[in-house]
Design a binder for this molecule. Structure first.
Ligand SMILES: [Zn+2]
Length: 496
């Protein structure tokens, strides 16, 4: 007996010594174990094929979106979630495109079919014939002034070919000013030239929160738009017949899908791993953002299959209404405002299957060092660091404005931009080798945020959040996009 106790004491002594000396190493071991599990074969590809091919494009308020919710619930259960439920919210209007038709005609009588789609959440336009088209260049105030009277006309707005993320943000930032100028001049409609070549059309929206926009708008094929511009520049007047019979209805309900792995020590504290389930419907929303919905589900599977039990809970959320202005994640952040002191981090993926290069912390410098340590196991995938940049445009945004630490995967453009919101956003564009690595990153970072003894950062106060917005000059971007007033008037983000 004495001898056995001696042995036990001896073993116990070494366990204590090792557990102190090797704490960081054992954390690393856990993360490596999780990464190995995440890289194993899984239903990732089958799940995404079902979502993209069998369900297809999924706009909130449509039967396809309902099927996507069922898909999410079933896939989370199969992945081993401790619980799955849906949370309802409202979008102020339904919107569906009708059979948009546009034809241009010349003085000679020659007719030119124009490939055009309506901008989403833009109003309908009853059939209008022989409407003069005027070219307003890129749509600056100076260019509108040069053109003069645009009343009753269609204004053609030029664009450059989308090449990088900055171009995309610039496109979003420019549109509200163009619309305001066109509306002020009483234009009949706006024709935005497509930012993609080869006839690619895409669904775009300039509505910020599901409201119906000020003017009817279409995106026209780049080649058609350039032809009209050349004709106008060579003194050939161009008229258009245009019909945009959009179907617009009253408020609709939609749902976020929420699955949970319950924390082993602090189950009321939580980390969110999120991606949006809704998509536009010209394509099948494979890159934006079906692949990352499937990623969220596969990350849950990997954590459960690894046998690891995080100290805090992890909520895996498929948001809805993202494309209409992050309405689902905004509703979630608002509805759960009273428990956000216990939110230990929000991780979001929303940029297709490009390689992750950095994680953006929403402007916060206080979490950089700890985040850097958590990202060390991901260096093998090319994730180099955490950066204190701030951005809008995806589902972390309202959590960031609530002061919760957020981590958005910054990804290489890869093939994302050409296919963004487009007819060509389909399953065949998905890079599954890279997507698997992104699953490993999402699982590892979410697990580490949930398992670290102390949370990575405290919830910021309203004053601290505003300070962060100033430091990153993000306040100016929000002003440019017309999103500042809601924050300034306390309608969005942390109240005090
Ligand atoms: Zn997206």
């Amino acid at each position: 007996m004495a001898r056995r106790l001696g042995w036990l004491g001896f073993i116990f002594f070494f366990l204590v010594i090792f557990s102190f000396a090797a704490d960081r190493d054992s954390d690393r071991e856990l993360t490596d174990r999780l990464i190995a599990e995440a890289l194993k074969p899984s239903p990732l590809e089958t799940n995404l094929r079902r979502l993209a091919d069998e369900i297809g494009g999924r706009v909130p308020g449509t039967p396809a979106f309902q099927r996507a919710v069922d898909w999410g619930v079933a896939a989370f259960k199969d992945a081993g979630a401790d619980s799955v439920h849906t949370e309802e919210f409202a979008i102020q209007h339904s919107w569906e495109e009708g059979a948009t038709e546009m034809t241009a005609s010349l003085y000679s009588g020659a007719a030119i079919p124009i490939h055009a789609v309506s901008v989403a959440w833009a109003p309908a336009l009853p059939p209008a014939t022989h409407v003069p088209i005027v070219d307003v260049g890129e749509g600056s105030a100076a260019e509108f002034a040069r053109v003069g009277d645009v009343a009753g006309r269609i204004v053609l707005v030029h664009s450059k070919v989308l090449a990088n993320w900055d171009d995309l943000f610039a496109e979003y930032a420019r549109a509200p000013k163009v619309i305001a100028l066109a509306a002020k001049g009483k234009a009949k409609a706006i024709a935005f030239m497509s930012t993609r070549e080869h006839g690619i059309l895409y669904r775009h929206t300039n509505s910020a929160a599901g409201e119906i926009d000020a003017l009817p708008q279409v995106v026209v094929a780049r080649e058609d738009g350039e032809r009209i511009a050349r004709l106008l520049a060579s003194a050939n007047p161009v008229w258009a017949n245009l019909s945009i019979p959009n179907k617009i209805g009253g408020a609709i309900k939609s749902w976020n899908v929420v699955a949970e792995i319950r924390g082993s020590e602090k189950p009321d504290e939580f980390v969110v791993l999120g991606a949006h389930l809704d998509s536009w419907e010209l394509g099948t929303g494979a890159l934006d953002n079906g692949c990352n919905s499937a990623l969220v589900i596969d990350a849950l599977r990997a954590i459960k299959a690894s046998g690891l039990k995080p100290r805090r809970s992890i909520r895996f959320i498929l948001f809805s209404g993202e494309e209409e202005g992050e309405i689902g994640s905004r509703s979630y952040a608002t509805a759960h405002r009273n428990e956000l002191d216990k939110a230990a981090g929000v991780v979001v993926f929303d940029a297709g299957t490009g390689k992750t290069t950095t994680f953006s912390t929403g402007g916060r410098k206080d979490v950089l060092a700890a985040a850097q340590a958590m990202l060390a196991p991901l260096e093998q995938f090319g994730v180099t660091k955490a950066v204190a940049t701030a951005e809008s445009g995806t589902d972390h945004f309202d959590f960031m404005l609530e002061g919760v630490p957020t981590f958005v995967a910054d990804q290489e453009e890869a093939n994302y931009l050409e296919n963004y919101h487009a007819t060509t956003d389909t399953f065949d564009k998905v890079d599954f080798v890279q997507l698997k690595k992104n699953v490993a990153e999402a699982a590892a970072l979410s697990f580490e945020l949930a398992n670290t003894p102390d949370p990575i950062g405290l919830r910021l106060s309203r004053a601290q959040i505003e300070q962060t917005l100033h430091e990153t000059h993000f306040d100016q971007e929000l002003k440019d996009m017309g999103m500042w007033d809601e924050w300034a008037h306390g309608k969005r983000g942390r109240q005090q």
